[in-house]
Ligand binder design. Structure first.
Ligand code: UDP
Ligand code: MG
Length: 321
Protein backbone atom coordinates (compact mmCIF):
# COMPACT_ATOMS: atom_id res chain seq x y z
CA UNK A 1 0.00 0.00 0.00
CA UNK A 2 1.20 3.48 -0.85
CA UNK A 3 1.07 5.97 2.03
CA UNK A 4 1.39 9.13 0.06
CA UNK A 5 0.94 9.90 -3.64
CA UNK A 6 2.44 13.05 -5.10
CA UNK A 7 0.74 14.78 -8.00
CA UNK A 8 3.14 17.05 -9.89
CA UNK A 9 1.86 19.18 -12.79
CA UNK A 10 4.71 19.98 -15.19
CA UNK A 11 4.60 22.67 -17.85
CA UNK A 12 8.01 23.55 -19.29
CA UNK A 13 9.87 22.10 -16.33
CA UNK A 14 12.70 20.21 -18.06
CA UNK A 15 15.23 21.47 -15.51
CA UNK A 16 13.09 20.60 -12.51
CA UNK A 17 11.50 17.17 -12.87
CA UNK A 18 14.56 15.27 -11.73
CA UNK A 19 15.29 17.71 -8.92
CA UNK A 20 11.81 17.43 -7.42
CA UNK A 21 11.77 13.64 -7.86
CA UNK A 22 15.06 13.23 -5.99
CA UNK A 23 14.10 15.80 -3.35
CA UNK A 24 10.88 13.96 -2.50
CA UNK A 25 12.65 10.62 -2.17
CA UNK A 26 15.45 12.18 -0.12
CA UNK A 27 12.94 13.50 2.39
CA UNK A 28 10.38 10.68 2.59
CA UNK A 29 12.43 7.49 2.13
CA UNK A 30 14.40 7.81 5.40
CA UNK A 31 11.08 8.21 7.24
CA UNK A 32 9.84 4.88 5.89
CA UNK A 33 6.90 6.58 4.20
CA UNK A 34 5.98 4.78 0.99
CA UNK A 35 5.51 7.30 -1.76
CA UNK A 36 4.24 7.24 -5.29
CA UNK A 37 4.92 10.04 -7.75
CA UNK A 38 2.56 10.94 -10.57
CA UNK A 39 3.98 13.48 -12.98
CA UNK A 40 1.72 15.05 -15.56
CA UNK A 41 3.33 16.70 -18.55
CA UNK A 42 0.83 19.38 -19.50
CA UNK A 43 1.79 19.78 -23.16
CA UNK A 44 5.19 21.32 -22.44
CA UNK A 45 6.94 23.11 -25.27
CA UNK A 46 10.47 22.38 -24.03
CA UNK A 47 12.11 19.00 -23.41
CA UNK A 48 10.04 18.09 -20.34
CA UNK A 49 8.64 15.00 -22.05
CA UNK A 50 12.14 13.74 -22.83
CA UNK A 51 13.36 14.51 -19.32
CA UNK A 52 10.38 12.66 -17.83
CA UNK A 53 10.94 9.66 -20.09
CA UNK A 54 14.57 9.45 -19.04
CA UNK A 55 13.59 9.70 -15.42
CA UNK A 56 10.97 7.02 -15.92
CA UNK A 57 13.38 4.65 -17.65
CA UNK A 58 15.82 5.00 -14.75
CA UNK A 59 13.17 4.31 -12.14
CA UNK A 60 10.99 1.75 -13.90
CA UNK A 61 10.64 -0.47 -10.84
CA UNK A 62 9.56 2.35 -8.60
CA UNK A 63 6.17 3.83 -8.07
CA UNK A 64 6.49 6.49 -10.74
CA UNK A 65 3.84 7.31 -13.31
CA UNK A 66 4.31 9.73 -16.14
CA UNK A 67 1.35 11.00 -18.13
CA UNK A 68 1.65 13.29 -21.13
CA UNK A 69 -1.21 15.40 -22.44
CA UNK A 70 -1.87 15.89 -26.12
CA UNK A 71 -1.57 19.68 -25.61
CA UNK A 72 -1.53 22.25 -22.82
CA UNK A 73 -4.76 21.90 -20.84
CA UNK A 74 -3.77 23.96 -17.78
CA UNK A 75 -2.68 23.18 -14.26
CA UNK A 76 -6.18 22.33 -13.01
CA UNK A 77 -6.55 19.65 -15.69
CA UNK A 78 -3.10 18.27 -14.88
CA UNK A 79 -3.97 18.05 -11.18
CA UNK A 80 -7.25 16.25 -11.96
CA UNK A 81 -5.50 13.76 -14.23
CA UNK A 82 -2.76 13.14 -11.67
CA UNK A 83 -5.32 12.64 -8.92
CA UNK A 84 -7.15 10.02 -10.98
CA UNK A 85 -3.92 8.06 -11.33
CA UNK A 86 -3.05 8.01 -7.62
CA UNK A 87 -3.48 4.96 -5.43
CA UNK A 88 -2.15 6.17 -2.07
CA UNK A 89 -4.03 6.69 1.17
CA UNK A 90 -3.03 10.36 1.00
CA UNK A 91 -2.50 12.65 -1.98
CA UNK A 92 -0.17 15.63 -2.06
CA UNK A 93 -0.23 18.35 -4.74
CA UNK A 94 3.12 19.98 -5.22
CA UNK A 95 4.60 22.16 -7.96
CA UNK A 96 7.51 20.93 -10.03
CA UNK A 97 9.57 24.10 -9.60
CA UNK A 98 10.74 23.51 -5.99
CA UNK A 99 8.94 26.63 -4.76
CA UNK A 100 7.22 24.27 -2.37
CA UNK A 101 9.66 22.18 -0.37
CA UNK A 102 9.17 18.45 0.23
CA UNK A 103 10.35 19.12 3.81
CA UNK A 104 7.20 21.20 4.32
CA UNK A 105 5.16 18.39 2.78
CA UNK A 106 6.60 16.02 5.40
CA UNK A 107 5.55 18.41 8.16
CA UNK A 108 2.07 18.61 6.65
CA UNK A 109 1.89 14.83 6.33
CA UNK A 110 2.83 14.41 10.00
CA UNK A 111 0.19 16.89 11.07
CA UNK A 112 -2.46 15.16 8.95
CA UNK A 113 -1.68 11.65 10.16
CA UNK A 114 -1.41 12.67 13.80
CA UNK A 115 -4.79 14.36 13.94
CA UNK A 116 -7.67 12.03 13.21
CA UNK A 117 -10.17 14.86 12.83
CA UNK A 118 -8.33 16.41 9.92
CA UNK A 119 -9.02 15.52 6.30
CA UNK A 120 -6.64 17.96 4.69
CA UNK A 121 -3.62 20.09 5.50
CA UNK A 122 -3.13 23.08 3.21
CA UNK A 123 -0.14 25.35 3.08
CA UNK A 124 -0.78 29.06 2.92
CA UNK A 125 1.56 31.90 2.24
CA UNK A 126 1.79 33.96 5.39
CA UNK A 127 3.78 36.58 3.52
CA UNK A 128 3.35 37.28 -0.17
CA UNK A 129 6.49 37.81 -2.18
CA UNK A 130 4.83 39.66 -5.01
CA UNK A 131 4.44 43.15 -6.37
CA UNK A 132 2.14 45.54 -4.48
CA UNK A 133 -0.25 45.91 -7.41
CA UNK A 134 -0.74 42.17 -7.80
CA UNK A 135 -1.30 41.77 -4.04
CA UNK A 136 -3.86 44.57 -4.22
CA UNK A 137 -5.79 42.86 -7.02
CA UNK A 138 -5.63 39.52 -5.24
CA UNK A 139 -6.98 41.12 -2.06
CA UNK A 140 -9.85 42.66 -4.03
CA UNK A 141 -10.62 39.30 -5.61
CA UNK A 142 -10.82 37.48 -2.27
CA UNK A 143 -12.96 40.19 -0.72
CA UNK A 144 -15.33 40.12 -3.69
CA UNK A 145 -15.67 36.37 -4.02
CA UNK A 146 -16.10 35.83 -0.28
CA UNK A 147 -18.88 38.42 -0.18
CA UNK A 148 -20.75 36.70 -3.00
CA UNK A 149 -20.19 33.02 -2.22
CA UNK A 150 -21.46 30.84 0.57
CA UNK A 151 -18.24 28.90 0.74
CA UNK A 152 -14.99 30.26 2.13
CA UNK A 153 -12.03 31.20 -0.02
CA UNK A 154 -8.95 31.46 2.17
CA UNK A 155 -6.57 34.17 1.06
CA UNK A 156 -3.03 32.98 0.39
CA UNK A 157 -4.03 29.30 0.50
CA UNK A 158 -2.21 27.45 -2.23
CA UNK A 159 -2.82 24.22 -4.09
CA UNK A 160 0.07 22.84 -2.06
CA UNK A 161 -1.86 20.48 0.19
CA UNK A 162 -2.24 16.90 1.38
CA UNK A 163 -5.64 15.21 1.36
CA UNK A 164 -6.90 11.99 2.84
CA UNK A 165 -8.45 9.53 0.40
CA UNK A 166 -12.14 10.25 1.18
CA UNK A 167 -11.65 13.90 0.27
CA UNK A 168 -9.82 12.93 -2.92
CA UNK A 169 -12.72 10.69 -3.91
CA UNK A 170 -15.17 13.50 -3.17
CA UNK A 171 -13.26 15.84 -5.48
CA UNK A 172 -13.07 13.20 -8.20
CA UNK A 173 -16.84 12.81 -8.04
CA UNK A 174 -17.37 16.39 -9.27
CA UNK A 175 -18.03 16.31 -13.02
CA UNK A 176 -17.43 19.97 -13.82
CA UNK A 177 -15.35 21.10 -16.73
CA UNK A 178 -14.17 24.38 -15.22
CA UNK A 179 -12.11 23.24 -12.28
CA UNK A 180 -11.25 26.13 -10.01
CA UNK A 181 -9.48 24.05 -7.39
CA UNK A 182 -9.60 26.64 -4.62
CA UNK A 183 -13.38 26.56 -4.92
CA UNK A 184 -13.58 22.79 -5.25
CA UNK A 185 -11.47 22.26 -2.13
CA UNK A 186 -13.80 24.33 0.00
CA UNK A 187 -17.01 23.26 -1.74
CA UNK A 188 -16.52 19.57 -0.88
CA UNK A 189 -16.20 20.52 2.78
CA UNK A 190 -14.14 18.33 5.14
CA UNK A 191 -11.78 19.59 7.83
CA UNK A 192 -8.82 21.57 6.57
CA UNK A 193 -5.92 22.79 8.65
CA UNK A 194 -4.01 25.75 7.24
CA UNK A 195 -0.29 25.70 7.81
CA UNK A 196 1.83 28.77 7.08
CA UNK A 197 4.80 28.25 4.78
CA UNK A 198 7.35 30.30 2.96
CA UNK A 199 7.47 30.16 -0.83
CA UNK A 200 10.95 29.51 -2.21
CA UNK A 201 12.50 30.87 -5.36
CA UNK A 202 11.85 28.90 -8.54
CA UNK A 203 14.57 26.32 -9.26
CA UNK A 204 14.72 26.55 -13.09
CA UNK A 205 12.53 27.95 -15.85
CA UNK A 206 9.99 30.71 -15.39
CA UNK A 207 6.48 31.10 -14.02
CA UNK A 208 3.77 30.66 -16.60
CA UNK A 209 1.33 33.08 -14.97
CA UNK A 210 0.73 36.58 -16.17
CA UNK A 211 -1.84 39.21 -15.38
CA UNK A 212 -4.16 38.22 -18.22
CA UNK A 213 -4.18 34.56 -17.17
CA UNK A 214 -4.78 35.49 -13.54
CA UNK A 215 -7.68 37.75 -14.51
CA UNK A 216 -9.26 34.96 -16.54
CA UNK A 217 -8.74 32.62 -13.61
CA UNK A 218 -10.43 35.09 -11.25
CA UNK A 219 -13.48 35.42 -13.52
CA UNK A 220 -13.64 31.62 -13.74
CA UNK A 221 -13.64 31.43 -9.95
CA UNK A 222 -16.46 33.91 -9.60
CA UNK A 223 -18.61 32.50 -12.40
CA UNK A 224 -17.96 28.96 -11.18
CA UNK A 225 -19.00 29.49 -7.59
CA UNK A 226 -21.68 32.15 -7.47
CA UNK A 227 -24.56 33.42 -9.53
CA UNK A 228 -24.71 36.69 -7.59
CA UNK A 229 -23.55 38.78 -10.61
CA UNK A 230 -26.67 37.65 -12.47
CA UNK A 231 -28.78 39.21 -9.73
CA UNK A 232 -27.05 42.57 -10.13
CA UNK A 233 -29.17 43.28 -13.20
CA UNK A 234 -32.38 42.62 -11.26
CA UNK A 235 -31.34 44.98 -8.48
CA UNK A 236 -30.11 47.65 -10.91
CA UNK A 237 -33.28 47.27 -12.98
CA UNK A 238 -35.46 47.93 -9.93
CA UNK A 239 -33.37 50.95 -8.87
CA UNK A 240 -33.26 52.49 -12.35
CA UNK A 241 -37.00 51.96 -12.90
CA UNK A 242 -37.83 53.55 -9.55
CA UNK A 243 -35.63 56.55 -10.35
CA UNK A 244 -37.26 56.85 -13.79
CA UNK A 245 -40.75 56.93 -12.28
CA UNK A 246 -39.71 59.61 -9.76
CA UNK A 247 -38.11 61.63 -12.56
CA UNK A 248 -41.26 61.34 -14.67
CA UNK A 249 -43.46 62.58 -11.82
CA UNK A 250 -41.12 65.54 -11.32
CA UNK A 251 -41.23 66.30 -15.06
CA UNK A 252 -45.05 66.19 -15.18
CA UNK A 253 -45.36 68.53 -12.20
CA UNK A 254 -42.69 70.83 -13.67
CA UNK A 255 -44.48 70.94 -17.05
CA UNK A 256 -47.83 71.67 -15.41
CA UNK A 257 -46.39 74.49 -13.31
CA UNK A 258 -43.85 76.04 -15.67
CA UNK A 259 -44.97 74.96 -19.14
CA UNK A 260 -42.95 73.02 -21.72
CA UNK A 261 -39.22 73.18 -21.26
CA UNK A 262 -37.00 72.51 -24.32
CA UNK A 263 -33.45 72.35 -22.88
CA UNK A 264 -32.30 69.06 -21.36
CA UNK A 265 -30.48 67.50 -24.26
CA UNK A 266 -27.35 66.79 -22.20
CA UNK A 267 -29.26 65.12 -19.39
CA UNK A 268 -31.19 62.94 -21.82
CA UNK A 269 -28.10 61.86 -23.69
CA UNK A 270 -26.13 61.04 -20.55
CA UNK A 271 -29.00 58.94 -19.19
CA UNK A 272 -29.33 57.06 -22.47
CA UNK A 273 -25.60 56.34 -22.48
CA UNK A 274 -25.60 55.29 -18.84
CA UNK A 275 -28.50 52.90 -19.26
CA UNK A 276 -26.96 51.56 -22.48
CA UNK A 277 -23.70 50.90 -20.68
CA UNK A 278 -25.41 49.09 -17.83
CA UNK A 279 -27.34 46.95 -20.31
CA UNK A 280 -24.19 45.95 -22.13
CA UNK A 281 -22.48 45.08 -18.85
CA UNK A 282 -25.41 42.91 -17.81
CA UNK A 283 -25.47 41.20 -21.19
CA UNK A 284 -21.77 40.50 -20.77
CA UNK A 285 -22.32 38.93 -17.37
CA UNK A 286 -25.15 36.75 -18.69
CA UNK A 287 -22.88 35.83 -21.59
CA UNK A 288 -20.14 34.64 -19.21
CA UNK A 289 -22.53 32.20 -17.58
CA UNK A 290 -24.08 31.14 -20.84
CA UNK A 291 -20.66 30.42 -22.34
CA UNK A 292 -19.64 28.30 -19.36
CA UNK A 293 -22.94 26.39 -19.49
CA UNK A 294 -22.47 25.89 -23.22
CA UNK A 295 -19.00 24.40 -22.86
CA UNK A 296 -20.08 22.22 -19.95
CA UNK A 297 -23.05 21.09 -22.05
CA UNK A 298 -20.72 19.66 -24.66
CA UNK A 299 -19.40 17.26 -22.02
CA UNK A 300 -15.92 17.25 -23.40
CA UNK A 301 -13.18 15.67 -21.33
CA UNK A 302 -11.11 18.08 -19.23
CA UNK A 303 -7.89 16.77 -20.83
CA UNK A 304 -6.63 14.16 -23.29
CA UNK A 305 -3.84 11.76 -22.43
CA UNK A 306 -1.38 11.04 -25.18
CA UNK A 307 0.87 8.66 -23.32
CA UNK A 308 0.85 6.92 -19.95
CA UNK A 309 4.02 5.40 -18.52
CA UNK A 310 3.40 3.28 -15.48
CA UNK A 311 5.88 1.47 -13.27
CA UNK A 312 5.72 -2.29 -13.04
CA UNK A 313 4.78 -2.16 -9.36
CA UNK A 314 1.56 -3.95 -8.65
CA UNK A 315 -0.92 -2.90 -5.98
CA UNK A 316 0.29 -3.86 -2.54
CA UNK A 317 3.83 -4.41 -3.72
CA UNK A 318 6.64 -2.24 -2.50
CA UNK A 319 10.30 -2.39 -3.29
CA UNK A 320 11.49 -0.43 -0.29
CA UNK A 321 12.53 2.65 -2.21
N1 UDP B 1 1.61 24.31 -14.74
C1 UDP B 1 0.92 23.40 -15.53
N2 UDP B 1 0.21 23.85 -16.62
C2 UDP B 1 0.16 25.18 -16.96
C3 UDP B 1 0.84 26.09 -16.12
C4 UDP B 1 1.54 25.63 -15.03
O1 UDP B 1 0.95 22.19 -15.27
O2 UDP B 1 -0.49 25.51 -17.95
C5 UDP B 1 2.37 23.83 -13.56
C6 UDP B 1 3.84 24.25 -13.53
O3 UDP B 1 4.66 23.34 -14.23
C7 UDP B 1 4.15 24.23 -12.03
C8 UDP B 1 2.82 24.64 -11.42
O4 UDP B 1 1.81 24.38 -12.40
O5 UDP B 1 4.51 22.94 -11.56
C9 UDP B 1 2.80 26.10 -11.00
O6 UDP B 1 3.11 26.91 -12.10
P1 UDP B 1 4.04 28.19 -12.00
O7 UDP B 1 5.27 27.88 -11.23
O8 UDP B 1 4.20 28.70 -13.38
O9 UDP B 1 3.10 29.17 -11.17
P2 UDP B 1 3.49 30.06 -9.90
O10 UDP B 1 4.35 29.23 -8.99
O11 UDP B 1 4.21 31.22 -10.45
O12 UDP B 1 2.17 30.39 -9.30
MG1 MG C 1 5.95 28.22 -9.38
Amino acid sequence: MIDLSFVIPCYNEEGNVRVIYDAIHAVFDPEGIRTEIVMVNDGSKDNTRKALKELYNEHKDEALKVISFSRNFGKEAAILCGMRHTTGAHVCFIDADMQQRPEVALEMYRKLTEDEDLDCVAAYQAERKEGKLLTFFKNCFYRLINKMCDIDFVQGASDFRILKRPMVDAILSLPEYYRFSKGIFSWVGFNTFFMPYEVQERNAGSSSWNFRKLFKYAIEGIVGYTTTPLQISTVLGVIVSALAVIYMVILIIKTLVMGIDVPGYATTLSFVLLIGGIQLLMLGIIGEYLAKAYIQGKNRPVYIEKEVLEGSLKDGEFDGK
